[in-house]
Design a protein around this ligand. Structure first.
Ligand SMILES: [Zn+2]
Length: 53
């Protein structure tokens, strides 16, 4: 096993409803997309869905 898997991540902001589709990596069960915050400055209240690529 490499420990790295590519995933597609859909992030929906619970504050303003904006959606972001990103590519990330799953590393040790943690998903790293580089996503920092929404355009409305929300940086913690999201719905996150990931799909294996
Ligand atoms: Zn937002």
């Amino acid at each position: 096993m490499t420990g790295n898997e590519r995933v597609k991540v859909t992030i929906r902001c619970r504050m303003c409803g904006e959606k972001f589709v990103l590519r990330g990596r799953r590393d040790k069960g943690k998903i790293d997309t580089g996503f920092k915050q929404c355009i409305c400055n929300n940086d913690r209240d999201f719905e996150i869905e990931n799909h294996d690529m």
